[in-house]
Design a protein around this ligand. Structure first.
Ligand code: CP
Ligand code: NVA
Length: 308
């Protein structure tokens, strides 16, 4: 069973093949109207369940469109409207859904939910974000970086802000794709040591630097994300804003990186909090390419999971 649960759990050669496949599919779609089927229909006759226990725009639409472009069908399910949200176990839900559908994508809170779904499902399961990681996003982000700047291997990526789920998958990717990553943020919001240890064991240079001005020196890309994630309590909002304000990505911070440093953000953004509009809409920003590439990268992930 080929589940796509995390970047660090997937073979680096497979990750690389998926990025290549995503780029080939993107090229093949050039000039084709949005939503129209691809020439190849590798998912014909397949049904994909998309389960959301948290809000989503990009993940929901890009998976739905991607499956349809490849000839498959989707069913978008909200966790709260399923029996899952009313006491049915994850294991039973996984076994039942496996009798109907060919693949399950789930966005959930606890990583344990994703892992239990994968353990009991007889079909591939894809991680569409948990509190801890967001691997599909980082597949799109590696693809985006490479479209603009060539191979990511050996480059210096700087994460400025909260050491959250998206940061975690970037750190996993540093280990798997062979680039260096500097984290800059307050100590209380550091990424979990287990993520850093994984990447370091794989040979990536992972640096923790409290001073954002020092951190971005020589950066090939500066990446950030919201200061308050969907799983964070709203009561922590003010404290987080106060702690993270020095790590805002603004034109001043960008000016200390390499002149061609990309600005990246998975979106949704809170403009003028974690990044200024001037940076988000500036010449080095690739945020909407990242959003588009969710579609192409996930089509490659779906094909890998299904072996088609
Ligand atoms: N980046 C991302 O996963 O966006 P959504 O929450 O809109 O899916
Ligand atoms: N860190 C954010 C990412 C959203 C795509 C969250 O978990 O809310």
């Amino acid at each position: 069973m080929k589940h796509f649960l995390d970047i660090h759990k997937t073979d680096p050669a497979d990750l690389r093949a998926m990025i290549d496949s995503a780029r080939a599919m993107k090229t093949a779609r050039n000039d084709r109207p949005k939503g129209e089927a691809d020439d190849e229909q590798p998912l014909a006759g397949r049904m994909v369940a998309l389960i959301f226990e948290k809000p989503s725009t990009r993940t929901r639409v890009s998976f739905d469109v991607g499956v349809r472009q490849m000839g498959g069908q989707t069913m978008v399910l909200s966790g709260s409207e399923m029996q899952l949200g009313h006491g049915e176990t994850i294991a039973d839900t996984a076994r039942v859904l496996s009798r109907y559908v060919d693949l399950i994508m789930i966005r959930t809170f606890e990583e344990a939910t994703l892992l239990e779904m994968a353990e009991y499902a007889d079909v591939p399961v894809i991680n569409g974000l948990t509190n801890r990681t967001h691997p599909c996003q980082i597949m799109a982000d590696v693809m985006t970086y490479e479209e603009h700047r060539g191979p990511i291997g050996g480059k210096k990526i700087v994460w400025s802000g909260d050491g959250n789920n998206v940061c975690a998958s970037w750190i996993h990717a540093a280990g798997q794709f062979g680039f260096d990553l500097t984290f800059t943020g307050p100590e209380t919001l550091d990424p979990e040591p287990v993520f850093v240890d994984f990447a370091r064991k794989k040979g990536a240079n992972i640096v923790i630097e409290r001073d954002p001005a020092k951190a971005v020196q020589g950066a090939d890309a500066i990446v950030t994300d919201t200061w308050v994630s969907m799983h964070d309590p709203q009561s922590a909002r003010e404290r987080r804003h106060n702690q993270l304000r020095p790590y805002q990505v603004n034109e001043q911070l960008m000016s200390l990186a390499r002149p061609d440093a990309l600005f990246m953000h998975c979106l949704p953004a809170h403009r003028d909090d974690e990044a200024t509009s001037a940076v988000m809409d500036g010449p080095n920003s690739v945020i909407f390419d990242e959003a588009e590439n969710r579609l192409h990268a996930q089509k490659a992930v779906l094909r890998w999971c299904l072996g088609v």
